[in-house]
Design a protein around this ligand. Structure first.
Ligand SMILES: Nc1ncnc2c1ncn2[C@@H]1O[C@H](COP(=O)(O)OP(=O)(O)O)[C@@H](O)[C@H]1O
Ligand SMILES: [Mg+2]
Length: 236
């Protein structure tokens, strides 16, 4: 079932377009990877869907509902939740308090927190520790848990493995893949570790200079001979 449908999307900042002509679908339970070189517009595309960057043309619907006229908060409420690259974790607060903050104004904070811990059991081990004292990997997990507190249908994740060791990169991507399947989330993930992401994603898009230049089954894309050249500058 299609959750997110994006057609002919043009988006950017102010009147300047950064991405153009983007078509993209994410189904419930599916993880879709968005890869490409630095500056290609990957973050801009996520932000445009989340309502943080400007949509200049085209359409974006979630479960058939038009996202375009909605401000960012309303898109999150509708189920499209953005996990930005700069995670807004309060270092002086405990993990539990951070989770409560991200569900501010909800009546069922404790229930939501229990649900999130059930999905990410590791969080339970450091729920009452100060967020500032956690390892980088644990902080990324808190960022993910904070996004899950909103009970998203669609998770828009920007480089969740930034700064992690190669082992933790794989762990984080495995967790996201499992979340997509178990919690029946749609996940659109931007990832610098392109090959690691393509190993776990169902489908993938390669964005270069604001345009989708390749799309298809993730595992197959990684095997295309010119894949490395597309954005690593590797020779095939
Ligand atoms: N807040 C902003 N205002 C204006 N231009 C921006 C802003 N953020 C990014 N850009 C520009 O948009 C282009 C794409 O950036 P970005 O989406 O961050 O690429 P990626 O995530 O693929 O590295 C870049 O040329 C960048 O300079
Ligand atoms: Mg980016």
């Amino acid at each position: 079932m299609t959750l997110l449908a994006v057609r002919s999307l043009e988006a950017g900042y102010g009147r300047t377009s950064v991405v153009r002509g983007v078509d993209l679908d994410v189904a419930q339970g599916e993880m879709v990877a968005l890869v490409g070189p630095n500056g290609a517009g990957k973050s801009t595309l996520l932000k445009a869907i989340a309502g943080v960057a400007t949509i200049l043309g085209g359409t974006a619907t979630l479960d058939g509902a038009d996202l375009v006229p909605l401000p960012a908060a309303a898109r999150a409420k509708a189920g499209a939740v953005f996990m930005p690259q700069e995670r807004n974790i309060f270092r002086t607060l405990s993990v539990a308090e951070n989770l409560a903050v991200s569900a501010w104004g909800r009546r069922d904070v404790a229930q939501r927190r229990n649900d999130v811990v059930a999905l990410l059991p590791a969080i339970g081990d450091y729920l009452h520790k100060r967020a500032g004292g956690l390892s980088g990997g644990q902080r990324q997990m808190v960022g993910l848990a904070m996004a899950l507190m909103a009970r998203p249908k669609l998770l828009l994740v920007d480089e969740p493995t930034a700064g992690l060791s190669p082992l933790l990169v794989g762990d984080m991507l495995d967790i996201l893949r499992r979340l997509a399947e178990e919690a029946e989330l749609g996940i659109l993930i931007v990832e610098q570790n392109a090959r690691a992401a393509l190993q776990r994603a169902g489908r993938a898009l390669v964005l270069v200079d604001g345009h989708v230049v390749r799309t298809g089954e993730a595992a197959r894309l990684a095997e295309e001979p010119d894949f490395g050249a597309l954005f690593f500058g590797e020779t095939a």
